[in-house]
Design a binder for this molecule. Structure first.
Ligand code: FAD
Ligand code: NAP
Length: 544
């Protein structure tokens, strides 16, 4: 077989070269499989390639938000801060690509436009916007949960005289805001990270806020050599602890209920969590914060009191105070000086609940109150999360059925990794898996390892296809929904619920039963001969 034929008849196509696609390439290539990765961007990194906005950094601590599969890699890489900034994370991912010689199987600047399962051949036909047309036995969608940006459809945007940017597609050369009047639309994690940094550079910043958000202090700081040495000496134990923790982040599980302790003690605990900073400090203070509204109210009210303490103007503080959703039912943001930024003379908050945007005009953004004149607009308006990147590809399974048709009322998966009617298609950190509710790098590694074991099993047993059964999928979807409905999550209009995209079905997307429970279910399914999957023989396999 010529090199070209080999390229056209692959074992695996992987779509995406972020944390997920790179590890999939490394593991699957290690099984002796031919793997081709297609990546729409010009480089590796995924999230960290695209999201170059000022202030971008991780919100899971770097020593944990990193691959665990290679102890050597863990030891040789040094993180500079508790939460590494975007350029450093991108540098790390590039280092990984070089260290494991990954680039030679990645085709950049190439967007996969369609993937169709050929039932006769038992293979996927994958096509790209660059004219590639390849056949592969397996397809791994490493397209990311937060890679399909959403820019609001506001009338008049094309008439705007200045420049506009989306945080998730930031220009590589950066943007100099000096002397500019800047408008930021959106106050989720991306807005909350970028607003303090832009405010320090711009002549004037107008923040257009639709929904106030809960944000916690990051308390970012340099990582001292001593701290790093200490973590590195015990890295295996730390990773094991993370794997057995609810969010795949190494923290002790809370045992107490919020209303079990007296108000003074509760406040003391919240104060300590606020002082420590970080996502987990506050969310793991008590074990019932996400299931009991009265418990949640205590944490929410504490954060509201902090906003009132920090923000000098009481009207601005009021406008910044979240009241419409329980704490942590949207992903809490981590900030460095976010609320303090509204005490600056050059920052104005526009409360879109009072004065909605009506249109964009050449000079800026018009609300029902007035035109805010701007030189630059930054849309920190988020993503069509979890399903968006998949549904932007024309994926067709058995009977030429489009995935968009199958998922028209919301995604249906088995274990968040496979979907019935689409044999040999694997979704990394897909809907119905812990995914965005966990340390994503660990969730990615768990999925890739499971897929690698699965492909080894198929090979060792002369099997050609693996496909989720409808029964297993229905039971899994019910289970995922039941878990979610026992929490407060459905009470928020969040991207977890698909509520940020007009017309998107309202379904709670991730699995909320926790990483350890999920991992052990996946392991049991595999140990049980891939229970809930249909397996067929590979006609090309040698008879045993
Ligand atoms: P991605 O990194 O999104 O990579 C997917 C890649 O697929 C992209 O490069 C995209 O171009 C490519 N792609 C998509 N569709 C196609 C196509 N059709 N053809 C070709 N290529 C395609 N998670 C955490 O756990 N902790 C954090 O601190 C954290 N911080 C975050 C900060 C930001 C700003 C954002 C947006 C997300 C953050 N996340 C965080 C979530 C983050 O997305 C994951 O942690 C992780 O980077 C996802 O890796 P991935 O490889 O699955 O997906
Ligand atoms: P997001 O959380 O979805 O926030 C989008 C913001 O834009 C919201 O405030 C939303 O308001 C607003 N918005 C959307 N459409 C609008 C419109 N038409 N008019 C006015 N406002 C509008 O998106 P994100 O901030 O990019 O974050 C997405 C996720 O990425 C995060 O939850 C997190 O998981 C990850 N992330 C992490 C970090 C980090 O700290 N490491 C940083 C960035 C992103 P509503 O709330 O009213 O919809």
């Amino acid at each position: 077989m010529s090199a070209t034929d080999r390229a056209r008849h692959l074992d695996v196509v992987v779509v995406g070269a972020g944390f997920g696609g790179l590890y999939a390439l490394h593991r699957l290539r290690g099984l002796g499989l031919s793997v081709q990765v297609y990546e729409a961007g010009s480089g590796v990194g995924g999230t960290w390639y695209w999201n170059r906005y000022p202030g971008a950094r991780c919100d899971v601590e770097s020593l944990e938000y990193s691959y665990s599969f290679s102890p050597e890699l863990e030891q040789e890489w040094a993180w500079s801060e508790r939460y590494a900034p975007q350029p450093e994370i991108l540098g790390y991912i590039n280092h990984v690509a070089d260290r494991f010689d990954l680039r030679r199987d990645i085709q950049f600047d190439t967007r996969v436009t369609a993937a169709a399962f050929d039932e006769t051949a038992g293979r996927w036909r994958v096509t790209t916007d660059r004219g590639d047309d390849v056949s592969a036995r397996f397809c791994v969608m490493a397209t990311g949960c937060l890679s399909a940006v959403t820019t609001p459809d506001i009338e008049g945007l094309s008439s705007f005289r200045g420049n506009w940017y989306h945080t998730g597609q930031w220009p590589h050369g950066g943007v100099d805001f000096s002397g500019q009047r800047v408008g930021v639309v959106g106050t989720g994690s991306s807005g909350i990270q970028s607003i303090p940094v832009i405010a320090r550079q711009a002549s004037h910043l107008v923040v257009f806020q639709r929904t106030p958000n809960f944000s916690l202090p990051a308390r970012n700081e340099p990582l001292t050599p001593d701290t790093q040495a200490e973590v590195k000496a015990g890295y295996r134990a730390l990773r094991d602890k993370a794997r057995s923790s609810f969010s795949a982040i190494a923290v002790a599980a809370p045992t107490e209920l919020a209303l079990e302790v007296d108000p003074a003690e509760r406040r003391r605990r919240y104060e300590a969590a606020w002082a420590r900073g970080g996502l987990m400090s506050m969310t793991t203070t008590f074990r019932d914060l996400i299931v009991d509204k009265a418990a949640n109210d205590t944490a929410a009210e504490f954060i509201r009191s902090k906003i009132r303490e920090i923000v000098v103007d009481p009207d601005v503080a009021q406008a910044l105070t979240p009241t419409d959703h329980p704490f942590a039912t949207k992903r809490p943001c981590l900030d460095t000086g976010y609320f303090e930024t509204f005490n600056r003379d050059n920052v104005t908050l526009v409360d879109l609940r009072q004065t909605p945007i009506t249109e964009i005009v050449p000079a800026g953004i018009r609300t029902t109150e007035r035109v805010h004149e701007l030189d630059t607009i930054v849309f920190a308006t988020g993503f069509d999360a979890m399903t968006g990147p998949l549904l932007r590809i024309d994926i067709r399974g058995r009977g030429d059925r489009p995935l968009s048709d199958k998922w028209s009322a919301g995604p249906r998966t088995y274990l968040g990794i496979a979907t019935a009617g689409f044999p040999n298609l694997f979704i990394l950190t897909g809907p119905g898996s812990p995914s965005v509710l966990s340390n994503m790098v660990m969730a990615i590694e768990q999925h890739v390892d499971w897929i690698a074991d699965c492909l080894s099993y198929l090979g060792a047993n002369g099997l050609g296809t693996i496909e989720a059964t409808v029964e297993a999928e229905d039971a899994w979807v019910d289970h995922v929904n039941q878990l979610a409905s026992a929490t407060l999550f459905p009470r928020a209009n969040s991207w977890y619920m698909g509520a940020n995209v007009p017309g998107k079905p309202r379904v709670f997307l991730p699995y909320v039963g926790g990483f350890p429970q999920y991992r052990s279910t996946c392991d049991d399914v595999a140990a049980d001969g891939y229970r809930g999957f249909g397996l067929t023989a590979d006609p090309a396999a040698e008879p045993a």
